[in-house]
Design a protein around this ligand. Structure first.
Ligand code: UD2
Length: 290
């Protein structure tokens, strides 16, 4: 039986990946420091074992496939704590990649569209220049590069804006923020004019993508998005409609350092036989009861 270790396995994205792979019959172990874990209950419900390990200090459990999803993810915080971001995201990836290579394991590195920085053209394909705009983006890019140096059995998944059940806390994205307000009957707060666009991908579609790469042993760099650009204003309209929110959207000053547009070119991921299955409205509706 194929053994899979998912680092950050008790986090938002990692826990969805771990549970999905376990349901497909892989022997999954989640590895997590529990420093910022939010997906602990999801693992428990699905019966996925958890190893408490901080990869800055501890070793990785033995496995045939390593999904490396452990990272700090807050762009703003990365400006305050650049050293911690480089250590936890980039340096730890060096350790994970070396151990994976020594064991002949397939490494799937969960990266971010943040490696691209300000888009030079749209949609963003995998050949787009990588010029991150934040220490966070740089830490993920250096993670990619050191992993490429250390192992050939590598898949890099550059995730666009991920949402879904279990995203919570101060590090959550715009969808979670809008829904948290909607649940209190409050309209969304839009930073800037709301004309900025993003590519929102459901976390279960991300998990399905990872499963395809595991199953096929597919290596290389892949964008993981939907290929659909949605403006923040349109997102606000959809959330207000679904939650039947009265009143009007509020506007606040633009967030410093924000990029204007982001949308993925996803034909490479398509070529593996994967495609996103959850349309944005359906994904949002599924969050109503949670
Ligand atoms: C996402 C990732 C980030 C990085 C980046 C790559 C999240 C949480 N962050 O950042 O880790 O990978 O993509 O490009 O997934 N906004 C509002 N109102 C709010 C909150 C946000 O208008 O209450 C706007 C915000 O100004 C931005 C857009 O919504 O224009 C998306 O913001 P975000 O924080 O969800 O994600 P992003 O794209 O900055």
């Amino acid at each position: 039986m194929v053994r899979v270790a998912v680092t950050g396995g008790a986090g938002f994205i990692g826990s969805h990946i771990a549970v999905h792979l376990a349901r497909l019959g892989y022997r999954v172990v989640a590895v997590d420091s529990l420093e910022r874990a939010t997906g602990f209950e999801r693992l428990e419900e699905a019966g996925v074992p958890l190893v408490r390990a901080d990869l800055r200090h501890d070793d990785l459990p033995d496995a045939d496939v390593v999904v490396h999803a452990a990272a700090y993810i807050d762009v703003a915080e990365s400006w305050e704590r650049p050293y911690e971001y480089m250590w936890n995201n980039a340096a730890v990836t060096a350790k994970v990649a070396k151990r994976a290579a020594e064991r002949g394991a397939h490494l799937i590195y969960i990266s971010s569209a943040a490696v691209y920085g300000e888009p030079e053209y749209l949609p963003i394909d995998e050949r787009h220049p990588t010029k991150p705009k934040s220490p966070y983006g740089l830490s993920k890019l250096v993670g990619e590069q050191i992993a490429e140096m250390l192992t050939k059995k590598l898949t890099v998944a550059r995730l666009f804006n991920v949402y879904g059940p279990g995203q919570s806390g101060p590090y959550s994205g715009v969808i979670t923020k809008f829904i948290q307000r909607a649940k209190q009957g409050k309209p969304p707060v839009i930073f800037g004019d709301g004309e900025q666009t993003r590519d929102f991908i459901h976390v279960e579609d991300v998990a399905r993508f990872v499963a395809v790469t595991v199953e096929k042993g597919a290596t290389g760099v892949y964008n993981v998005g939907t290929g659909i650009a949605v403006s923040i204003r349109k997102l606000a309209d959809i959330v207000m409609k679904i939650f039947k929110i009265e009143g009007t959207v509020r506007y606040a000053p633009p967030r410093p350092g924000d990029i204007k547009h982001s949308v993925a070119e996803i034909s490479r991921a398509f070529s593996l036989g994967w495609k996103p299955q959850i349309a944005l409205e359906d994904g949002l509706r599924k969050l109503i009861d949670i």
